[in-house]
Design a protein around this ligand. Structure first.
Ligand SMILES: Nc1ncnc2c1ncn2[C@@H]1O[C@H](COP(=O)(O)OP(=O)(O)OP(=O)(O)O)[C@@H](O)[C@H]1O
Ligand SMILES: [Mg+2]
Length: 283
């Protein structure tokens, strides 16, 4: 089994990079060969797994692959790391967006030059960290991966950002080709009233079937649960600062089991359907 997946939402700071890094780590911990691709010019994924030097100094990076002008073979740019590999971003990625926009087939570059040559060959899973914008690069990531995981803060702007993305980006692409929403992942939950309301709303919505078990409201009533979703844990920030995954930084963290469930959903091609929901709810 092999699959590429983009972690996307056109909202800043919702946890795309955090989830991409730790999903790559969780898939690798399950015995898969994994490549993490940093498609964001901020380079947070690159820096967050310990390659700040590559982000600032490397001559070759993901931008050297996504160009009309003598593109480099992706295999020459991949960096090895413990457990999973990295295709690093670079400070000078601004031009990539324009190059994709201005080239007839730019929208297919991620797919043709990164995913297709590597997936099922060198890697079982390719995990893409997307930029927080609705632009050619994030379109190219979705078209390249054909699977998407959406992190969501329990706040109105985050939810409406997802609704806009569903309507203006995912749906138009799905009209032309396969693109699966694998999971919606509520992130940074810390026990305020909004999270109960928004998780309840999601469970009543056509998107109920995309919530992993760990993100369902049953966790509010389970005394042994810290509550649903990926909880706010300072260890995520500390791990990033050290250039480590959560597992490398804190092997006993209680969120690792949830990241493992997310990795299992990515392997399966979707979350396990909620008991109260059936396939009908999937949109
Ligand atoms: N569950 C969590 N608990 C605590 N901190 C978190 C959690 N998830 C993310 N963070 C922190 O929140 C900040 C934003 O997260 P992250 O960079 O992953 O978001 P992003 O969606 O990739 O942002 P951008 O849109 O800028 O790329 C980071 O400092 C990260 O360490
Ligand atoms: Mg990011």
């Amino acid at each position: 089994m092999s699959r590429a997946v983009s972690v996307s939402l056109q909202k800043g700071g919702v946890g795309k990079t955090t989830l991409a890094i730790n999903l790559a780590d969780a898939l690798a911990a399950r015995g898969n060969r994994v490549l993490l691709v940093d498609l964001d010019q901020q380079g947070n994924a690159t820096e967050g797994v310990g390659f700040k030097h590559a982000y600032e100094n490397a001559t070759d990076h993901v931008g050297s692959v996504l160009t009309d002008d003598e593109p480099i073979d992706v295999r020459e740019v991949v960096r090895s790391r413990d457990r999973f590999d990295l295709l690093p971003a670079h400070v000078d990625l601004d031009s990539v967006e324009d190059r994709i926009r201005n080239s007839t087939f730019g929208m297919l570059w991620v797919r043709r030059r990164i995913v297709e040559p590597l997936l099922g060959e060198a890697y079982d899973y390719v995990v893409i960290d997307s930029p927080p914008s609705l632009g050619p690069l994030s379109d190219a990531a979705l078209i390249g991966a054909q699977n998407v995981v959406v992190p969501l803060l329990m706040s109105e702007p985050s939810v409406s950002g997802f609704e806009r993305m569903w309507e203006h980006q995912i749906t138009p692409i799905r009209n032309e080709m396969e693109l699966e929403l694998l999971a919606i992942v509520p992130n940074q939950l810390e026990g305020d009233n909004e999270e109960r309301r928004i998780i309840g709303d999601l469970e009543e919505s056509p998107f109920a079937g995309y919530l992993p078990t760990f993100a369902r409201s049953a966790h509010f009533d389970d005394p042994n649960s810290p509550g649903p979703g990926i909880r706010k844990r300072i260890a995520f920030k500390r791990a990033w600062r050290e250039g480590k995954t959560l597992r490398e930084h804190d092997p006993d963290n209680d969120m690792l089991v949830r990241l493992d469930e997310l990795a299992a959903a990515v392997e399966r091609g979707g979350v396990e359907t909620a008991p109260e929901a059936d396939g009908e709810l999937r949109v």
